[in-house]
Design a protein around this ligand. Structure first.
Ligand SMILES: [Zn+2]
Length: 382
């Protein structure tokens, strides 16, 4: 995709002010925000544990292995057992209550634990005395921090393990995309919004193949007034299927040239009218056509592609939306977000929030549900 500065730009905020053609400064550019799972955006939950104090650090060589036998920290593997200040985690309070029961009325967890440690007979009485003198209940991080900011917050409370992940850090700070790539995403969103305007503001989406310089494989415009499930992403997914010799609702209309053109790409997923409009508006800024399926397609050939393995994509051609990015004017609803999941889409970018029913941030974050067998990354361009 090349730069074409003469092209008239559509402003992403959709207002009616005349276009500003001068080069925008970076901070004026539409922002691209990652829609992350709550576990990345919320502070780490805390859990109550019983701690004791170690008077002499030489006692640790005996104490730590003994405690590992008596009170293993199975659910708190992310924590270092011994704090810098000489306190040591004995066990989570909830676990102790389960293990030791509630005892006589008024008997505290701390008292029950002391009794348990003494009766176990594995530690010297003097060591237990020291341990119990400083015994108290404190809060420690319940899970391992995923991002640096969470680590900085909880590590000051209790030392814990942390494995930095550059990709996730970049998602959190919205710095994943360098300028050229971010500009491509913005341009594709501009295209969606512009085409949506030509279609009386109907939700509009495009599916692109990022491996081929963001070549547009399919275009879908919502027609829910004609059919209750013809939401934009549903139509778009069906248009992708048309480009792979399938499709339920949008079977390719026979054209003189057929969907496969001389350039080797399948244009079945793009209504000729939209291609004409976009070429008139954007010139050569965008390229069109889906990679045709190879080896006859069909289930036998498509099955191995399910993993999205690039080798399989090369061998068999596209499978559903594997490896494809989707740009939508509107945040998809739950049905559509699920359809995008089933389609194995790689990333979804959208502009307008759907506060009542949006499934990628507004109502739920469907793309972050771990139990689903496919997940994609979602971004809002605004
Ligand atoms: Zn929908």
């Amino acid at each position: 995709m090349s730069e074409a500065p003469e092209v008239k730009r559509v402003k992403l905020n959709d207002d009616d002010k005349p276009d500003v053609r001068e080069e925008k400064k970076d901070h004026d550019q539409p922002r691209i925000e990652s829609i992350l799972a709550d576990e990345y955006t919320k502070p780490i939950a805390m859990i109550k544990v019983c701690v004791g104090s170690v008077v002499d650090s030489r006692q640790l060589s005996k104490l730590v292995p003994t405690l590992a036998r008596l009170l293993p920290l199975t659910s708190l593997q992310h924590l270092k057992r011994v704090h810098r200040d000489g306190t040591i985690i004995l066990a989570p309070v909830e676990e102790l209550n389960r293990k030791l029961g509630h005892g006589a009325e008024g008997e505290t967890t701390v008292a029950l634990l002391e009794e348990y440690l003494r009766s176990a007979g594995l530690l010297d009485q003097s060591l237990i005395d020291g341990l119990c003198a400083g015994m108290k209940i404190v809060s420690v991080p319940a899970t391992q921090p995923l991002l640096r900011w969470q680590y900085d917050l909880v590590n000051s409370v209790w030392p814990c393990k942390f494995h930095p992940n550059r990709h996730n850090e970049a998602l959190y700070t919205n710095t994943l995309f360098g300028k050229p790539e971010a500009d491509q995403h913005r341009q594709l969103m501009e295209l969606c919004l512009w085409l949506g305007k030509q279609e009386k503001g109907r939700p509009t989406g495009v599916c692109v193949n990022p491996r081929l310089g963001s070549r547009i494989a399919a275009i879908g415009v919502g027609r829910s007034e004609e059919h209750p499930v013809w939401h934009c992403p549903m139509v778009l997914i069906d248009m992708v299927a048309v480009s792979q010799t399938g499709g339920i609702w949008n079977r390719a209309s026979p054209t003189s040239t057929g969907p496969l053109r001389d350039d080797g790409f399948d244009y079945g997923g793009i209504e000729p009218r939209y291609e004409r409009l976009l070429r008139e508006q954007y010139g050569e800024l965008f390229s069109f056509g889906a990679e045709p399926i190879r080896n006859g397609g069909g289930t036998a050939a498509l099955e191995p592609c399910e993993s999205g393995d690039p080798d399989n994509l090369t061998k068999y051609g596209p499978y559903l939306c594997t490896g494809y990015d989707v740009y939508l004017t509107h945040e998809p609803c739950i049905m559509c977000a699920m359809a995008l999941t089933h389609s194995r889409v790689r990333r979804v970018f959208y502009h307008h929030l759907n506060p009542q029913g949006g499934a990628l941030g507004s109502l739920v974050k469907l793309h972050t549900i771990k139990e689903l067998n496919h997940r994609f990354e979602a971004f809002r361009i605004l």
